[in-house]
Ligand binder design. Sequence first.
Ligand SMILES: Cc1cc2nc3c(=O)[nH]c(=O)nc-3n(C[C@H](O)[C@H](O)[C@H](O)COP(=O)(O)OP(=O)(O)OC[C@H]3O[C@@H](n4cnc5c(N)ncnc54)[C@H](O)[C@@H]3O)c2cc1C
Length: 298
Amino acid sequence: MKPPRFDYLAPVSLDEALALLGRHGEEAKVLAGGQSLVPLLNFRLARPAYLIDLNEVPGLDGIRIEDGRIAIGAMTRQRAVETSALVRERCPLLAEAMPQIGHVQIRNRGTIGGSLAHADPAAELPAVMAALGGELVVRSVGGQRVVGAEQFFVRYLTTAIAPGELLVEVRLPAVPPRSGSAFLEVSRRHGDFALVGVAATLVLDAAGVCAASAVALTGVGPTPVVAREAAAVLVGARPGEAAFEEAGRRAAAAVRPESDLHASAEYRQHLAAVLTRRALARAAARAAGSPGNGASPS
Ligand SMILES: Cc1cc2nc3c(=O)[nH]c(=O)nc-3n(C[C@H](O)[C@H](O)[C@H](O)COP(=O)(O)OP(=O)(O)OC[C@H]3O[C@@H](n4cnc5c(N)ncnc54)[C@H](O)[C@@H]3O)c2cc1C
C-alpha cells in the first residue's frame, strides 16, 4: 500500500523543527530512521497531516561523555551506538543489546531515539533504559524536560512525549567499578523482535558481596517491567546459583504477559524466569572479572 497524503517538511535546524512541531502538534509526526514509521504509513495505521523529517537537522546525533554520563543524541543511528568504543567501555549493557535489534540494514537507518519514541513492547532499548535508570531529554519551543525511563514508557506504543515535543537526547549512567551486566533474549528467528528479553546489572563490593542489582524485562507487557523483587534477592549476599534461581522465580511472578501467535503467556513467563537467572549469572561473572575487582566469584 501507499501512504496517505501528507505535507513533507524538512527543517534544517533544531529551532525550525521545534517551531514546526509546535505549530502542527498532534497533526505532525517526525521521521527519524523510518524503520517503524514508514511501514505504519504504508499500512495507513499512521495518518499524519505533516511529516517532519529530522534527517537534515544538525546536532541531534553523536555520543559523548557529559558529567560522567553517556549522552547519545536521539538521531544517532543504532549501528553507530553498536560500534561505539565509548558505549562498549562505559555502557556494555547497551552495547550487548544493540546487535539484537532487527538486522544490520535496519540498524544502519534506525535511530536510538526512534526506537525509544516508538516504544514497541518487545523492543530491547526500553528494557536497557529501565534497568540502567536512564534519562530521556525532551524539548519543545517552551523548553526542555528530563524524564526518567520508568516514567517515559506509558503504555503500548505510547511515551511521555507530548504533542509539540521532540526527544533530543538519551542519558545513561556510566558503569561503576566491579560491575557486570548482561542482555539476553529469545526470539523465533535471528532479527525478530524478542519473545522475552532481560537486561540485568549487578555491582559487587570489595568483598564480592552484591551491593546493587537491577533487572528489567521486555516482551512481557505493554511497557518494560522493572523486576525489583527479583533484583533484591541478590543484594547483600555473594551471588550464587540459589539466588539466581530465586530471582528468576520472582521475575516470572512479577510479569503478566499475554498470549499471541508467537508465544503463549505461560511460555513467556517461563522465559522470564530462565533468562533472568542466566542474565544475572552472566552479569555476576562479568562483575567478578571486571577492572578494580579484588573479589573472586563465589
Ligand atoms: C524487519 C524489522 C525488524 C525489526 N526488529 C526490531 C527488533 O528486533 N527490536 C527493536 O527494538 N526494533 C526492531 N525494529 C524497529 C527498529 O528498531 C526501528 O528502527 C525503530 O523502532 C524506530 O526507529 P527509527 O529511527 O527508524 O524511527 P522512525 O520509524 O522514523 O519513527 C518511529 C516513531 O518514533 C517517532 N520518533 C522518531 N524519532 C523521534 C524523536 N526524536 N522524537 C520524538 N518522536 C520520534 C516517530 O514519529 C514515529 O512515531 C525492526 C524493524 C524492522 C523493519
